[in-house]
Design a protein around this ligand. Structure first.
Ligand code: HEM
Length: 490
Protein backbone atom coordinates (compact mmCIF):
# COMPACT_ATOMS: atom_id res chain seq x y z
CA UNK A 1 0.00 0.00 0.00
CA UNK A 2 0.98 3.70 -0.24
CA UNK A 3 1.33 3.98 3.54
CA UNK A 4 4.43 1.90 3.89
CA UNK A 5 6.72 2.13 6.86
CA UNK A 6 9.98 3.98 6.46
CA UNK A 7 13.29 2.69 7.77
CA UNK A 8 12.81 4.25 11.19
CA UNK A 9 9.50 2.50 11.72
CA UNK A 10 7.45 5.69 11.44
CA UNK A 11 4.42 6.16 9.16
CA UNK A 12 5.19 7.40 5.66
CA UNK A 13 3.67 10.67 4.57
CA UNK A 14 0.18 10.38 3.07
CA UNK A 15 -0.71 12.13 -0.16
CA UNK A 16 -2.09 11.73 -3.68
CA UNK A 17 -0.27 9.46 -6.10
CA UNK A 18 0.40 11.73 -9.06
CA UNK A 19 1.72 11.17 -12.55
CA UNK A 20 5.26 10.57 -13.76
CA UNK A 21 7.24 13.78 -14.44
CA UNK A 22 4.49 16.24 -13.54
CA UNK A 23 3.57 14.69 -10.20
CA UNK A 24 0.40 16.31 -8.80
CA UNK A 25 0.57 19.47 -10.92
CA UNK A 26 -2.80 18.78 -12.51
CA UNK A 27 -4.63 18.39 -9.20
CA UNK A 28 -2.86 21.41 -7.68
CA UNK A 29 -3.94 23.54 -10.63
CA UNK A 30 -4.17 27.31 -10.77
CA UNK A 31 -5.48 27.88 -7.25
CA UNK A 32 -3.22 25.83 -4.99
CA UNK A 33 -4.68 27.35 -1.81
CA UNK A 34 -8.09 25.89 -2.71
CA UNK A 35 -6.95 22.57 -4.14
CA UNK A 36 -4.52 21.89 -1.29
CA UNK A 37 -7.19 22.80 1.28
CA UNK A 38 -9.48 20.30 -0.41
CA UNK A 39 -6.74 17.65 -0.44
CA UNK A 40 -5.96 18.21 3.24
CA UNK A 41 -9.53 17.13 4.07
CA UNK A 42 -8.67 13.73 2.63
CA UNK A 43 -5.02 13.29 3.61
CA UNK A 44 -4.79 15.37 6.79
CA UNK A 45 -2.70 18.20 8.23
CA UNK A 46 0.60 16.65 7.20
CA UNK A 47 0.67 15.48 3.60
CA UNK A 48 3.12 15.15 0.77
CA UNK A 49 2.54 16.10 -2.84
CA UNK A 50 4.87 16.20 -5.80
CA UNK A 51 5.28 19.16 -8.12
CA UNK A 52 7.12 17.93 -11.13
CA UNK A 53 9.48 15.40 -9.65
CA UNK A 54 10.09 17.28 -6.40
CA UNK A 55 8.33 16.25 -3.20
CA UNK A 56 6.69 19.02 -1.16
CA UNK A 57 5.34 18.78 2.38
CA UNK A 58 2.05 20.66 2.81
CA UNK A 59 1.03 21.66 6.34
CA UNK A 60 -2.52 22.61 7.34
CA UNK A 61 -4.36 23.04 10.63
CA UNK A 62 -3.42 25.69 13.19
CA UNK A 63 -2.18 23.20 15.81
CA UNK A 64 0.01 21.34 13.34
CA UNK A 65 1.45 24.56 11.93
CA UNK A 66 2.15 25.88 15.46
CA UNK A 67 3.81 22.60 16.33
CA UNK A 68 6.08 22.81 13.27
CA UNK A 69 6.90 26.53 13.12
CA UNK A 70 6.94 27.35 16.84
CA UNK A 71 7.60 24.26 18.94
CA UNK A 72 9.89 22.66 16.32
CA UNK A 73 10.88 26.06 14.92
CA UNK A 74 14.56 25.19 14.32
CA UNK A 75 13.60 22.14 12.22
CA UNK A 76 11.32 24.09 9.89
CA UNK A 77 12.99 27.50 9.56
CA UNK A 78 14.95 26.89 6.33
CA UNK A 79 14.21 28.25 2.86
CA UNK A 80 14.32 25.94 -0.16
CA UNK A 81 16.79 26.51 -2.98
CA UNK A 82 14.34 27.62 -5.66
CA UNK A 83 15.20 29.02 -9.04
CA UNK A 84 12.98 32.09 -8.62
CA UNK A 85 14.40 32.90 -5.16
CA UNK A 86 17.95 32.99 -6.54
CA UNK A 87 16.86 35.97 -8.62
CA UNK A 88 15.67 38.09 -5.69
CA UNK A 89 18.18 40.75 -4.55
CA UNK A 90 20.98 38.93 -6.40
CA UNK A 91 20.41 35.87 -4.19
CA UNK A 92 21.21 37.89 -1.05
CA UNK A 93 17.67 38.43 0.20
CA UNK A 94 16.95 37.97 3.90
CA UNK A 95 13.50 36.57 3.14
CA UNK A 96 14.19 34.45 0.03
CA UNK A 97 17.79 33.21 0.22
CA UNK A 98 18.59 29.71 1.49
CA UNK A 99 20.55 31.05 4.46
CA UNK A 100 19.01 30.29 7.84
CA UNK A 101 22.20 30.15 9.89
CA UNK A 102 24.07 32.65 12.03
CA UNK A 103 24.44 35.23 9.24
CA UNK A 104 20.69 35.20 8.54
CA UNK A 105 19.98 35.55 12.27
CA UNK A 106 22.33 38.51 12.67
CA UNK A 107 20.90 40.22 9.59
CA UNK A 108 17.32 39.66 10.73
CA UNK A 109 18.13 41.26 14.07
CA UNK A 110 19.76 44.29 12.41
CA UNK A 111 16.74 44.73 10.13
CA UNK A 112 14.34 44.48 13.07
CA UNK A 113 16.26 47.09 15.07
CA UNK A 114 16.58 49.55 12.20
CA UNK A 115 12.85 49.19 11.50
CA UNK A 116 11.94 49.83 15.10
CA UNK A 117 14.09 52.96 15.48
CA UNK A 118 12.51 54.61 12.44
CA UNK A 119 8.91 53.60 13.05
CA UNK A 120 7.57 53.17 16.57
CA UNK A 121 10.23 55.05 18.53
CA UNK A 122 9.10 58.49 19.78
CA UNK A 123 9.24 61.28 17.22
CA UNK A 124 11.95 63.80 18.12
CA UNK A 125 10.55 66.70 16.10
CA UNK A 126 6.76 66.79 16.31
CA UNK A 127 3.80 66.16 18.55
CA UNK A 128 3.14 62.77 16.90
CA UNK A 129 3.46 59.64 19.00
CA UNK A 130 6.15 58.30 16.68
CA UNK A 131 7.63 58.69 13.21
CA UNK A 132 5.36 56.01 11.81
CA UNK A 133 2.25 57.91 12.90
CA UNK A 134 3.64 61.10 11.46
CA UNK A 135 4.38 59.54 8.06
CA UNK A 136 1.07 57.69 7.73
CA UNK A 137 -1.02 60.59 8.90
CA UNK A 138 0.65 62.94 6.40
CA UNK A 139 0.24 60.48 3.53
CA UNK A 140 -3.39 59.72 4.38
CA UNK A 141 -4.27 63.41 4.36
CA UNK A 142 -2.55 63.83 0.98
CA UNK A 143 -4.41 60.81 -0.32
CA UNK A 144 -7.76 62.25 0.76
CA UNK A 145 -6.95 65.46 -1.15
CA UNK A 146 -5.91 63.47 -4.20
CA UNK A 147 -9.08 61.34 -4.22
CA UNK A 148 -11.32 64.40 -3.85
CA UNK A 149 -9.44 66.08 -6.68
CA UNK A 150 -9.94 62.98 -8.86
CA UNK A 151 -13.67 63.10 -8.13
CA UNK A 152 -13.88 66.66 -9.44
CA UNK A 153 -11.69 65.94 -12.44
CA UNK A 154 -12.86 62.46 -13.50
CA UNK A 155 -15.86 61.48 -11.38
CA UNK A 156 -14.35 58.08 -10.45
CA UNK A 157 -10.93 56.42 -10.02
CA UNK A 158 -8.95 53.24 -9.34
CA UNK A 159 -7.90 53.61 -5.68
CA UNK A 160 -5.04 51.09 -5.94
CA UNK A 161 -3.01 53.34 -8.20
CA UNK A 162 -3.01 56.11 -5.59
CA UNK A 163 -2.84 54.05 -2.41
CA UNK A 164 0.28 52.28 -3.57
CA UNK A 165 2.13 55.61 -3.79
CA UNK A 166 0.95 56.63 -0.31
CA UNK A 167 2.14 53.34 1.17
CA UNK A 168 5.44 53.48 -0.75
CA UNK A 169 5.94 56.98 0.64
CA UNK A 170 5.62 55.71 4.21
CA UNK A 171 8.25 53.02 3.71
CA UNK A 172 10.36 55.42 1.62
CA UNK A 173 10.31 58.00 4.40
CA UNK A 174 11.53 55.37 6.87
CA UNK A 175 14.15 53.87 4.54
CA UNK A 176 15.38 56.90 2.59
CA UNK A 177 13.92 59.98 4.23
CA UNK A 178 12.02 61.09 1.13
CA UNK A 179 8.62 60.94 -0.53
CA UNK A 180 7.29 61.07 -4.08
CA UNK A 181 4.48 62.70 -6.00
CA UNK A 182 1.64 60.61 -7.38
CA UNK A 183 3.06 61.19 -10.86
CA UNK A 184 6.66 60.08 -10.34
CA UNK A 185 7.35 57.91 -13.38
CA UNK A 186 10.38 56.05 -12.04
CA UNK A 187 8.48 54.93 -8.97
CA UNK A 188 5.23 54.18 -10.81
CA UNK A 189 7.09 51.87 -13.18
CA UNK A 190 8.50 49.87 -10.27
CA UNK A 191 5.37 49.65 -8.15
CA UNK A 192 3.26 48.64 -11.11
CA UNK A 193 5.54 45.70 -11.93
CA UNK A 194 4.92 43.73 -8.73
CA UNK A 195 2.35 41.38 -10.28
CA UNK A 196 5.05 39.41 -12.07
CA UNK A 197 7.11 39.24 -8.91
CA UNK A 198 4.19 37.84 -6.94
CA UNK A 199 3.26 35.33 -9.63
CA UNK A 200 6.76 33.91 -9.86
CA UNK A 201 7.53 33.79 -6.12
CA UNK A 202 4.19 32.13 -5.25
CA UNK A 203 4.17 28.65 -3.70
CA UNK A 204 4.03 26.10 -6.49
CA UNK A 205 5.39 28.18 -9.38
CA UNK A 206 6.07 25.43 -11.98
CA UNK A 207 9.47 26.82 -13.06
CA UNK A 208 10.77 26.22 -9.53
CA UNK A 209 9.96 22.54 -9.72
CA UNK A 210 10.42 21.56 -13.36
CA UNK A 211 13.90 22.80 -14.26
CA UNK A 212 13.38 22.64 -18.02
CA UNK A 213 10.84 25.48 -17.72
CA UNK A 214 13.64 27.80 -16.61
CA UNK A 215 15.15 27.53 -20.08
CA UNK A 216 11.99 27.98 -22.12
CA UNK A 217 10.90 31.47 -23.11
CA UNK A 218 8.42 32.77 -20.55
CA UNK A 219 6.87 36.21 -20.43
CA UNK A 220 6.40 36.21 -16.69
CA UNK A 221 9.94 35.00 -15.90
CA UNK A 222 11.37 37.65 -18.19
CA UNK A 223 9.30 40.36 -16.51
CA UNK A 224 10.21 38.96 -13.11
CA UNK A 225 13.93 39.32 -13.84
CA UNK A 226 13.37 42.77 -15.24
CA UNK A 227 11.52 43.78 -12.08
CA UNK A 228 14.32 42.49 -9.84
CA UNK A 229 16.90 44.31 -11.92
CA UNK A 230 15.08 47.63 -11.88
CA UNK A 231 14.23 47.39 -8.23
CA UNK A 232 17.81 46.60 -7.26
CA UNK A 233 19.21 49.39 -9.47
CA UNK A 234 16.85 51.89 -7.93
CA UNK A 235 17.74 50.85 -4.38
CA UNK A 236 21.46 50.81 -5.15
CA UNK A 237 21.19 54.37 -6.39
CA UNK A 238 19.54 55.42 -3.12
CA UNK A 239 22.13 53.60 -1.01
CA UNK A 240 24.98 55.22 -2.96
CA UNK A 241 23.53 58.68 -2.32
CA UNK A 242 23.34 57.83 1.37
CA UNK A 243 26.96 56.69 1.52
CA UNK A 244 28.03 59.95 -0.13
CA UNK A 245 26.18 62.16 2.35
CA UNK A 246 26.56 59.95 5.44
CA UNK A 247 27.40 61.70 8.73
CA UNK A 248 27.81 59.52 11.79
CA UNK A 249 26.24 62.10 14.10
CA UNK A 250 23.14 62.49 11.97
CA UNK A 251 21.51 59.14 11.27
CA UNK A 252 18.61 60.18 9.07
CA UNK A 253 16.82 56.95 8.24
CA UNK A 254 17.00 53.13 8.04
CA UNK A 255 19.61 53.21 5.27
CA UNK A 256 21.88 55.45 7.38
CA UNK A 257 21.48 53.22 10.40
CA UNK A 258 22.37 50.15 8.33
CA UNK A 259 25.41 51.97 6.91
CA UNK A 260 26.43 52.77 10.49
CA UNK A 261 26.18 49.07 11.41
CA UNK A 262 28.08 48.14 8.24
CA UNK A 263 30.92 50.51 9.15
CA UNK A 264 31.16 48.98 12.62
CA UNK A 265 31.44 45.53 11.09
CA UNK A 266 34.03 46.79 8.64
CA UNK A 267 36.09 48.21 11.48
CA UNK A 268 36.05 44.83 13.21
CA UNK A 269 36.91 43.08 9.94
CA UNK A 270 33.97 40.75 10.45
CA UNK A 271 34.01 38.68 7.29
CA UNK A 272 31.02 36.65 8.48
CA UNK A 273 28.78 39.62 7.85
CA UNK A 274 30.17 41.73 5.01
CA UNK A 275 29.18 45.34 4.62
CA UNK A 276 27.18 44.79 1.45
CA UNK A 277 24.99 42.20 3.13
CA UNK A 278 23.89 44.72 5.73
CA UNK A 279 23.04 47.53 3.38
CA UNK A 280 21.06 45.34 1.02
CA UNK A 281 18.68 44.55 3.86
CA UNK A 282 16.94 47.70 2.77
CA UNK A 283 15.78 45.71 -0.32
CA UNK A 284 13.81 43.33 1.82
CA UNK A 285 12.38 46.01 4.08
CA UNK A 286 11.34 48.17 1.16
CA UNK A 287 10.05 45.32 -1.01
CA UNK A 288 8.10 43.54 1.70
CA UNK A 289 6.94 46.84 3.13
CA UNK A 290 4.80 48.30 0.41
CA UNK A 291 3.09 45.63 -1.65
CA UNK A 292 1.53 43.67 1.20
CA UNK A 293 0.18 46.74 2.97
CA UNK A 294 -1.23 48.20 -0.26
CA UNK A 295 -2.92 44.89 -1.02
CA UNK A 296 -4.45 44.80 2.47
CA UNK A 297 -5.83 48.32 2.07
CA UNK A 298 -7.13 47.52 -1.37
CA UNK A 299 -9.04 44.45 -0.16
CA UNK A 300 -10.37 46.57 2.71
CA UNK A 301 -11.86 49.09 0.28
CA UNK A 302 -13.42 46.28 -1.77
CA UNK A 303 -15.21 44.97 1.34
CA UNK A 304 -16.25 48.48 2.45
CA UNK A 305 -18.01 49.20 -0.86
CA UNK A 306 -19.48 45.69 -1.01
CA UNK A 307 -20.88 45.93 2.53
CA UNK A 308 -22.00 49.56 2.98
CA UNK A 309 -23.56 48.74 6.38
CA UNK A 310 -20.17 47.68 7.67
CA UNK A 311 -18.63 50.89 6.34
CA UNK A 312 -21.34 52.89 8.11
CA UNK A 313 -20.77 51.10 11.37
CA UNK A 314 -17.03 51.87 11.28
CA UNK A 315 -17.83 55.52 10.62
CA UNK A 316 -20.30 55.63 13.51
CA UNK A 317 -17.66 54.16 15.77
CA UNK A 318 -15.21 56.84 14.58
CA UNK A 319 -17.76 59.62 15.11
CA UNK A 320 -18.57 58.41 18.61
CA UNK A 321 -15.09 57.69 19.89
CA UNK A 322 -12.94 60.24 18.06
CA UNK A 323 -15.37 62.79 16.70
CA UNK A 324 -14.66 65.07 13.80
CA UNK A 325 -12.42 67.66 15.40
CA UNK A 326 -9.18 65.75 15.31
CA UNK A 327 -7.58 63.08 13.16
CA UNK A 328 -7.31 59.46 14.39
CA UNK A 329 -4.06 58.47 16.07
CA UNK A 330 -2.32 55.16 16.64
CA UNK A 331 -3.31 55.27 20.30
CA UNK A 332 -7.00 55.16 19.31
CA UNK A 333 -6.73 51.54 18.20
CA UNK A 334 -7.93 50.16 21.51
CA UNK A 335 -11.08 52.32 21.54
CA UNK A 336 -12.20 51.24 18.06
CA UNK A 337 -13.01 47.53 18.51
CA UNK A 338 -15.35 47.26 15.52
CA UNK A 339 -12.70 48.72 13.21
CA UNK A 340 -10.17 46.29 14.66
CA UNK A 341 -12.60 43.41 14.07
CA UNK A 342 -13.11 44.56 10.48
CA UNK A 343 -9.36 44.50 9.83
CA UNK A 344 -9.07 41.00 11.32
CA UNK A 345 -11.95 39.80 9.16
CA UNK A 346 -10.34 41.37 6.07
CA UNK A 347 -7.15 39.39 6.83
CA UNK A 348 -9.05 36.18 7.52
CA UNK A 349 -11.54 36.28 4.67
CA UNK A 350 -9.16 37.44 1.93
CA UNK A 351 -6.17 35.46 3.24
CA UNK A 352 -4.36 37.39 0.55
CA UNK A 353 -1.06 35.78 1.57
CA UNK A 354 -2.45 32.26 1.11
CA UNK A 355 0.86 30.49 1.79
CA UNK A 356 3.86 31.88 3.67
CA UNK A 357 7.08 32.10 1.70
CA UNK A 358 7.99 28.40 1.28
CA UNK A 359 10.01 26.86 4.11
CA UNK A 360 12.35 23.89 4.12
CA UNK A 361 13.43 21.46 6.81
CA UNK A 362 16.92 22.01 8.26
CA UNK A 363 17.31 18.40 9.50
CA UNK A 364 15.50 15.05 9.68
CA UNK A 365 12.58 15.36 12.05
CA UNK A 366 9.23 13.92 13.12
CA UNK A 367 5.88 15.72 12.93
CA UNK A 368 2.56 14.25 14.13
CA UNK A 369 4.24 10.84 14.07
CA UNK A 370 5.47 11.14 10.48
CA UNK A 371 9.11 10.95 9.47
CA UNK A 372 10.17 14.13 7.63
CA UNK A 373 13.55 14.19 5.88
CA UNK A 374 16.02 17.13 5.84
CA UNK A 375 15.84 19.62 2.94
CA UNK A 376 12.19 18.94 2.17
CA UNK A 377 10.33 21.94 0.74
CA UNK A 378 7.36 22.92 2.96
CA UNK A 379 4.22 24.88 2.04
CA UNK A 380 2.29 26.44 4.95
CA UNK A 381 -1.38 26.79 3.99
CA UNK A 382 -2.52 29.92 5.82
CA UNK A 383 -5.69 30.10 3.72
CA UNK A 384 -6.76 26.69 5.04
CA UNK A 385 -6.38 27.82 8.68
CA UNK A 386 -8.41 30.97 8.05
CA UNK A 387 -11.25 29.00 6.45
CA UNK A 388 -11.17 25.90 8.64
CA UNK A 389 -14.71 24.91 9.76
CA UNK A 390 -13.16 23.49 12.91
CA UNK A 391 -12.03 26.99 13.91
CA UNK A 392 -14.64 29.29 12.39
CA UNK A 393 -18.41 29.37 12.21
CA UNK A 394 -19.56 30.01 8.61
CA UNK A 395 -16.02 30.66 7.36
CA UNK A 396 -17.24 31.77 3.94
CA UNK A 397 -19.30 34.65 5.37
CA UNK A 398 -17.69 38.09 5.79
CA UNK A 399 -18.60 39.01 9.34
CA UNK A 400 -16.40 41.26 11.53
CA UNK A 401 -18.63 40.58 14.54
CA UNK A 402 -17.24 37.07 14.86
CA UNK A 403 -14.28 38.71 16.64
CA UNK A 404 -16.33 40.77 19.12
CA UNK A 405 -17.83 39.92 22.49
CA UNK A 406 -21.63 39.96 22.85
CA UNK A 407 -21.72 43.66 23.79
CA UNK A 408 -19.51 44.56 20.81
CA UNK A 409 -17.11 46.38 23.13
CA UNK A 410 -14.05 44.18 22.90
CA UNK A 411 -12.11 42.07 20.43
CA UNK A 412 -11.58 38.47 21.52
CA UNK A 413 -7.80 38.18 21.62
CA UNK A 414 -7.68 34.39 21.23
CA UNK A 415 -9.87 34.54 18.11
CA UNK A 416 -7.73 37.31 16.66
CA UNK A 417 -4.62 35.18 17.10
CA UNK A 418 -6.20 32.34 15.11
CA UNK A 419 -6.01 34.46 11.95
CA UNK A 420 -2.83 33.40 10.19
CA UNK A 421 -1.35 35.94 7.73
CA UNK A 422 2.10 36.88 9.04
CA UNK A 423 3.44 33.35 9.48
CA UNK A 424 4.65 32.04 12.86
CA UNK A 425 7.90 31.27 14.64
CA UNK A 426 11.45 31.95 13.50
CA UNK A 427 10.47 33.26 10.06
CA UNK A 428 7.50 35.27 11.24
CA UNK A 429 7.13 38.61 9.45
CA UNK A 430 9.31 41.33 10.99
CA UNK A 431 6.98 44.08 9.78
CA UNK A 432 3.82 42.74 11.42
CA UNK A 433 3.24 45.51 13.94
CA UNK A 434 4.14 48.24 11.46
CA UNK A 435 1.74 46.70 8.94
CA UNK A 436 -1.11 46.46 11.45
CA UNK A 437 -0.61 50.06 12.61
CA UNK A 438 -0.39 51.28 9.06
CA UNK A 439 -3.58 49.59 7.90
CA UNK A 440 -5.40 50.87 10.97
CA UNK A 441 -4.32 54.49 10.60
CA UNK A 442 -4.79 54.72 6.82
CA UNK A 443 -8.28 53.23 7.03
CA UNK A 444 -9.48 55.29 9.98
CA UNK A 445 -8.09 58.55 8.57
CA UNK A 446 -9.75 57.88 5.21
CA UNK A 447 -13.07 56.73 6.65
CA UNK A 448 -13.39 59.58 9.13
CA UNK A 449 -13.64 61.96 6.19
CA UNK A 450 -14.70 59.95 3.15
CA UNK A 451 -17.53 57.65 2.22
CA UNK A 452 -16.57 55.12 -0.47
CA UNK A 453 -18.89 53.63 -3.07
CA UNK A 454 -18.96 52.18 -6.59
CA UNK A 455 -20.58 54.07 -9.51
CA UNK A 456 -24.23 53.19 -10.09
CA UNK A 457 -24.66 50.09 -12.22
CA UNK A 458 -21.01 48.96 -11.82
CA UNK A 459 -19.80 45.94 -9.88
CA UNK A 460 -16.52 44.97 -8.24
CA UNK A 461 -14.85 41.69 -9.18
CA UNK A 462 -13.57 40.08 -5.99
CA UNK A 463 -11.98 36.99 -7.56
CA UNK A 464 -8.46 36.68 -6.12
CA UNK A 465 -5.59 36.08 -8.57
CA UNK A 466 -3.24 33.49 -7.12
CA UNK A 467 0.26 34.68 -6.17
CA UNK A 468 2.56 35.20 -3.18
CA UNK A 469 0.04 37.91 -2.35
CA UNK A 470 -3.34 37.63 -4.06
CA UNK A 471 -4.88 40.68 -5.67
CA UNK A 472 -8.28 41.40 -7.15
CA UNK A 473 -8.85 42.88 -10.60
CA UNK A 474 -8.31 46.63 -10.47
CA UNK A 475 -11.54 48.62 -10.40
CA UNK A 476 -11.81 52.11 -11.88
CA UNK A 477 -15.32 52.76 -10.65
CA UNK A 478 -14.62 53.94 -7.12
CA UNK A 479 -16.12 57.18 -5.90
CA UNK A 480 -15.85 59.17 -2.67
CA UNK A 481 -18.03 61.73 -0.95
CA UNK A 482 -16.76 64.02 1.77
CA UNK A 483 -18.64 63.26 4.98
CA UNK A 484 -18.32 66.78 6.43
CA UNK A 485 -16.49 70.02 5.53
CA UNK A 486 -12.75 69.68 6.02
CA UNK A 487 -11.05 72.11 8.38
CA UNK A 488 -8.17 74.04 6.87
CA UNK A 489 -5.89 72.68 9.61
CA UNK A 490 -6.55 69.18 8.32
C1 HEM B 1 8.03 37.77 5.90
C2 HEM B 1 3.26 38.71 5.77
C3 HEM B 1 4.18 43.47 5.88
C4 HEM B 1 8.92 42.54 6.20
C5 HEM B 1 6.66 37.64 5.84
C6 HEM B 1 5.97 36.38 5.71
C7 HEM B 1 4.64 36.63 5.68
C8 HEM B 1 4.48 38.06 5.79
C9 HEM B 1 3.52 35.61 5.56
C10 HEM B 1 6.64 35.00 5.57
C11 HEM B 1 6.60 34.22 6.83
C12 HEM B 1 7.14 32.84 6.61
O1 HEM B 1 7.87 32.58 5.65
O2 HEM B 1 6.80 31.95 7.41
C13 HEM B 1 3.10 40.08 5.74
C14 HEM B 1 1.83 40.76 5.61
C15 HEM B 1 2.09 42.10 5.64
C16 HEM B 1 3.53 42.26 5.78
C17 HEM B 1 0.47 40.07 5.48
C18 HEM B 1 1.14 43.28 5.53
C19 HEM B 1 -0.14 43.23 5.70
C20 HEM B 1 5.54 43.63 6.05
C21 HEM B 1 6.20 44.90 6.26
C22 HEM B 1 7.55 44.63 6.34
C23 HEM B 1 7.71 43.20 6.19
C24 HEM B 1 5.50 46.25 6.38
C25 HEM B 1 8.71 45.55 6.55
C26 HEM B 1 8.63 46.82 6.80
C27 HEM B 1 9.09 41.17 6.10
C28 HEM B 1 10.39 40.50 6.02
C29 HEM B 1 10.13 39.11 5.95
C30 HEM B 1 8.68 38.98 5.97
C31 HEM B 1 11.76 41.17 6.00
C32 HEM B 1 11.16 37.97 5.85
C33 HEM B 1 11.46 37.38 7.20
C34 HEM B 1 12.41 36.19 7.12
O3 HEM B 1 12.40 35.44 6.13
O4 HEM B 1 13.16 35.99 8.09
N1 HEM B 1 5.73 38.65 5.89
N2 HEM B 1 4.10 41.02 5.83
N3 HEM B 1 6.47 42.62 6.03
N4 HEM B 1 8.09 40.22 6.07
FE1 HEM B 1 6.11 40.63 6.06
Amino acid sequence: SFQQQNPQGLKRLPGPRGYPLIGNMMEVGRNPHLSLTQMSRKYGDVMQIRIGTKPVLVLSGLDTIRQALVKQGEDFMGRPDLYSFRNVADGESLAFSTDSGEVWKARRKLAQNALKVFSVSPSPTTSSTCLLEEHISREAVQLIRKLLQLMTEQGSFDPYRYMVISVVNVICAMCFGKRYSHNNQELLRIVNMTEEFLEVTASGNPADFIPVLQYLPSRSLKKFKEFNYRFLSYLQKMVKEHYETFEKDNIRDITDSLIEEAKKVEANADIQLPEGKIVNLVNDIFGAGFDSVTTALSWSLMYLVSYPDIQKRIQEELDQNIGRERRPRLSDRSILPYTEAFILEMFRYSSFLPFTIPHCTTRDTILNGYYIPKDLCVFINQWQVNHDEKLWKDPSTFNPERFLNAEGTEVNKTDGEKVLVFGLGKRRCIGESIARWEIFLFLTTLLQQLEFNICDGKKVDMTPHYGLTMKHTRCEHFQVKQRFPMKSSQ
